[in-house]
Design a protein around this ligand. Structure first.
Ligand code: SIN
Length: 295
């Protein structure tokens, strides 16, 4: 029998380091240069790390816009956003400045800071995005960290009675709850037409890991269906507030040219608005969702 040569992983896979950043979620990835094309083996290793750690942190990646788009495309098709601005010439790269798309000024700061909220991205879509890849473009001298929370751990810790109560419930998610207040009536009508409210299960099963996740958030979830308005409000407030417990979170302190890559099906995030009067600009590539959330 002829001996086939043993398959060895690509050299770039052997070079990576994966260092957990918190007990529940988050890992710092070293030994990768995102300015260069990646081998299929390395992409597979990063995908596996993302599923395991839910959010990956990369440091010192002075990537171009083209590199950012190429990195995102390794993980799926990319999508723009119906409201958020994009980088000129790169419709796949969101330009995120301030909070909720509002530039922070002396006037907007007192309104935006208390209104800042935890969320999973674009749950108003039928297929909410698979992942977000965020690059720090303009960093404040201090602050502007991003928090991530593990929505599987949040689900697991719910009291059994609550788990039983929400097992078969659906909730409505609406883009207008978040973006509706600061756009023209015309744009509002356009969003209402193009992005009707979507119904998703309150508990979602991750399509790749099979883990259960609590899938409601402060920004887009408007109500739980089949309940009286007051009951829906109370239950939704209880569920969406779970994410605020630090036990479920990891905090990322940005550095110049850092990149964060999160599994949007497994996490919520919160960008801390504590840096004004300094600016903070980040750029996001969003990997399109491939599945309609299922129980
Ligand atoms: C986002 O929600 O995609 C932005 C998060 C951040 O600004 O840290």
């Amino acid at each position: 029998m002829s001996a086939l040569p043993a398959l060895t992983p690509a050299a770039d896979v052997a070079a990576i380091t994966i260092t957990p950043a918190g007990p529940l979620l988050g890992a710092e990835i070293g030994g990768v240069d995102l300015r260069k094309p990646l081998s299929g083996d390395l992409v597979a290793a990063l995908r596996a790390a993302l599923l395991k750690h839910k959010v990956l942190f990369f440091r010192d990646q002075d990537i171009s816009y083209e590199d950012h788009v190429r990195f995102g495309r390794y993980f799926g098709e990319l999508e723009g956003h119906p409201v958020t601005a994009t980088v000129p010439g790169f419709p796949e790269i969101l330009h995120i400045e301030g909070a909720d798309g509002t530039k922070i000024t002396a006037e907007t700061h007192p309104i935006a800071r208390p209104a800042n909220k935890w969320h999973t991205d674009v749950t108003f879509r039928e297929k909410p995005s698979l992942a977000g890849i965020l690059r720090m473009r303009k960093m404040p001298p201090l602050g502007g960290d991003t928090l991530f929370a593990d929505t599987h751990a949040i689900y697991e810790d719910l009291p059994p009675k609550v788990k039983a109560r929400i097992a078969a419930l659906d909730a409505e998610h609406d883009i207008l709850q978040s973006f509706g207040y600061r756009i023209s009536d015309e744009k509002r009508a356009e969003l209402a037409r193009d992005y009707p409210p979507r119904t998703h299960p309150v508990v979602r099963t991750h399509p790749e890991t099979g883990e259960r996740h609590l899938f409601v958030n402060h920004v887009f979830t408007t109500r739980i269906l089949g309940l009286e308005p007051e009951d829906s409000k109370k239950l939704l407030a209880y569920l969406t507030d779970r994410v605020k417990a630090p036990e479920y979170q990891v905090r990322f302190r940005w550095s110049p040219n850092a990149i964060v890559f999160w599994d949007n099906r497994a996490t919520q995030h919160y960008a801390i608005l504590d840096y004004w009067p300094h600016d903070r600009i980040v750029e996001r590539v969003t990997v399109m969702g491939t599945d309609v959330p299922r129980r």
